[in-house]
Design a binder for this molecule. Sequence first.
Ligand code: ADP
Length: 679
Amino acid sequence: MRNRFYQVPHCTAFGTEKPWTQAAHRGVKAEGGWAAVCTEYAPFAPDTDEAPLVAARFWDEDDMRALRLMTDEVHRHGALAGLELHHAGNHAENNVTRYPTLAPSQTASDLHAHVVAKAMERSDIERVQRDWVEAAKRARDCGFDIVYAYGAHSYLLMQFLSPFYNGRTDGYGGSLANRARFWLETLEAGKRAIGDDCAIATRISVEGLGPSGIHVDEALEFVGLADPYVDLWDVNVGSISLWSHDSGSSRYFEEGYQLRWTGRVREATAKPIVGVGRLTNPDLMARIVRSGAWDLVGAARPSIADPFLPRKVAEGRTDEIRECTGSNVCIMKVDGFGHLGCLQNPTAGEEHRRGWHPERVEPAGDPSTPILVLGAGPAGLECAVTLGRRGFERVHLVEAERELGGKLRWVRRLPGLGDWGRVVDHRAVLLAKLPNVAVVTGKRLAAADVLDYGAAVVVLATGSHWSGDGLQAATHEPIDGADPALPHVLTPEQVAAEGRRPPGRRVAVYDAEGYVTGPGIAQLLAAEGFEVTLVTPLDLVSPLSDLTVEGPLLRRALHDAGVRMVRGVTITAVEAGRATGETEFEEPWALDIDGVVLVTQQVSNDGLYHELVADPAALAAAGIRRLVRIGDAVAPRMPSEAVFEGHRCGREIELPDPMAVRAYDRERWVPDVAPSMAR
Ligand code: ADP
């Protein structure tokens, strides 16, 4: 390895399904200085299928062809390539491949209701180990330098080690030596097969933090036993059902939080150790390496947010690191929506299909074009930065408020969401280095001001606001009696940005959005001593937080803060002292309250846009050749989408219709000859 930066295996939803996307995404990290770059989990046998999640499936030569693109690309940029060979055991649903789930004992999966495994027979044990070894040989032939036996996240290897899954009474169950046997035999066989050519890595959770793993003292004993067969220890904490504690979000976990446990692995081995913990701070990384705790600084999320983090460190540009926000939007995108994306890095997942590079942009076609970007929320900030990087000489970013950030100005002040502010801070740092972008704050422009400004291109990134009248999905109507001018009706902005408070202690936060705003406002008010009831028409409080593996932690935090939670209720009317509505079972519902905060739906700030487009003659007379609208001003979405759209606008502003919907490159994975035809 050329340095100590290591991109640990992480999901992308590219796997072997999108081989070019996979190659481009990992290749950019190799180019950005990561010395080793790994795939996501790579099932080596058809009886470990976690569809609809997408894996780097590695069953045979056909899959090898797909991942060869990645190893070539990673090597071209001077990094090592790692393959995380994987068997999920008890956690494979096998819904697509239709084979029985395997586990050491006949246990029901603690991850998926309804999955009950077959207890592995001796022949299953031998076959799975044989499959792993054959896959390891193919991995070597495919150009991988590091080959994993993946035992973290309570997958099959850990299931043998953990008494929670392993109730066997034969030589593979009982004592630690017996429970370790399956893992040790697997490693030994792999070492014998490819040990001269590849590094054997094993990934282990050294503290399960719950029943479905093992505790750190026993883990260290295991590390001692397996050490002769292992070239690299990739260590973390938690399990697949407690993945929330491994891929810990910034709301609940500090940078480097895993060290408390993974910092102890050194006690049991002198081999290289790589650890993780959402590390973005080079000083902390250096401290960890100097302490001897780990040899390599591992990253998944920080490498998605900034593929060039290592190079920026090497070149002394640490202030330019695009720090991971820990929002876990990447997980939502991968597991929920089937394509990697990032709140901070709009190019993540777009390297192949849109040809976007995180650090390179096309030079401006006509640099002298004066451009006005209106609104410095995530969309406007990213757009202005991108235009500035492209070398447009006269870009003005104008913002009504005194502070940059749009909605993130106040969202970042909600409990636990401070690191989301990195979206704003990073762009503020870059803007300060771009003399060609003037930033004007505290200036709200009306249509006449825009026409007078002297810009040839105008980008409206004027954002959105929370509807004050309770407009909501359930009814597509406002709530009777809801008016934010009344003392007992409040919007999130009034509470979080303007400091308004309900007139009494009892307050309902009505959350029809199901993401961060409602729970954030509820926690904020509860911390100030209000008696808060979070009412939601949804089945669950903040279902989107489950896609960021924060749901249980969030609901726990609300519970601990004394917030009452009411689900399945649609509020249809509010008056002083009372909110009324209906339950999901069509029963009347009422709550006595002193005030209600309405987190029902956001509405675009599009008045200025419509005023301007309505008068093409005025635009022409003002010399405005192009007027475009981006971000929440078009449709209110998550901040990651506003950043994406700001970036897209910055890159494509010269196109005849820059924000038009256009197809991007798809991948069609067509085998040379369809097997059925070959027969
Ligand atoms: P997005 O997520 O699309 O970036 P935000 O709502 O977060 O949208 O941010 C929009 C920003 O635009 C806010 O900071 C708001 O103050 C600013 N803004 C809206 N209208 C104007 C205007 N007419 N003049 C200047 N700034 C404006």
